[in-house]
Design a protein around this ligand. Sequence first.
Ligand code: SAM
Length: 412
Amino acid sequence: METNTVGKEEGTDRAFRDAMVDKLRDWGSARTGPVEAAMRAVPRHAFVPSATLEQAYGPGSVVTHRDENKRAISSASAPGVVAAMLEQLDVQPGLRVLEIGAGTGYNAALVAELAGSEGQVTTVDIGADIVAGARRGLAAAGYDRVRVVHGDGEAGHPEGAPYERIIVTAGAWDVSPAWREQLAPGGRLVVPLRMRGVTRSVALELDGTVWRSVSIVECGFMPMRGPSAVEETNLELGADSGVWLRVDDGQPIDADALGTALTSAPVLAWSGVVVPWTPMTHLDFWLAGAAPICRVLVSDRAREAGLVDPIYSWGSMGCYIDGSFAYLVRRPAPGDAGQEMVELGACAYGPDGEWLAGEVADRVRAWGAARVRDELEGLRIEVHPEGSADNPAAMITADKRHSRVFVTTTGG
Ligand SMILES: C[S@@+](CC[C@H](N)C(=O)[O-])C[C@H]1O[C@@H](n2cnc3c(N)ncnc32)[C@H](O)[C@@H]1O
């Protein structure tokens, strides 16, 4: 059922769109004139016809397709992420741009707006029905000059290559060799890259055979699908506990030993690091210095039972080793009026719980010190060809099918 139609609520959608863009500017997601102008120009509601104007112009993503298990497989991404990635992409008029993940077509329309009438925009999606929906949205909003292709974006779209810009709008586990082959010299790739289960939108440029980051933005994305997709491992800790460890990159994990971890007494270690209660920038990467990192996913049932009390609604980042695991916790801390402050710490279970909780608290302290010295700005992500030499300075080395990803920082 369609609840909004382009032009139907003339003026009303304009007010919604302007309010959305004003917020994106205040948050710093839309920083430059061209991105701001494109987002004011493109009617987002035309791409999500089943959504109300409030939903279409709200801060969240709008899910449009789910699989047989009700898992979201396509959406219009949250406008803040869309704006931040367009800033990373830096589209100039006249450029040829390839998007992987057409979804609703909304982002492709924004790219078309930025590339102008001299530019060329191609967008690829793996879902045939999704491609049809993107074409409808683009036509309704007046952007039918965007080419929408049905296919696996892992292969790019060689027929339109080379591209000065490639943007991937689904979570990628690796950087496809096809994207490098199809990128024009001096071009830029923006991709939400998954490293140890942590996703960052990374703007990469080629330096010989090495991709080097020029900008890194925090984000979350539904994973790329298709034959080359790599699933994360989800391990429930014991039967029906409602607590899972999610591990990426094929990291070894001892299911038997961890299965009994929750039967031991929890150990707490507070870090003394007091921060405003806002998202913890790049702390997840810092934890990798303690042990293999994982996501600790917690059901409401386990949380209500007091078994595990993580920091976010979905759970916390954590670490594991043999039969023990630790996850981040927080407690209220004094602060200036109006600013909620929290102290961060670790809670661990298992035979090495005391040691692991201490290690995680140490890593939180290292992150806290880097934050104070502003070294989070020094975070770099490099994608080297498979088989490249180790980088001893890397805080994370993630081996992929085609590449080795190194995460480094000037601090830590
Ligand atoms: C978050 S949505 C993209 C949002 C989109 N750019 C928009 O503006 O609406 C992710 C999309 O990636 C697509 N996708 C997933 N795996 C893919 C693949 N291997 N090749 C091409 N598209 C893929 C999904 O079908 C989904 O439509």
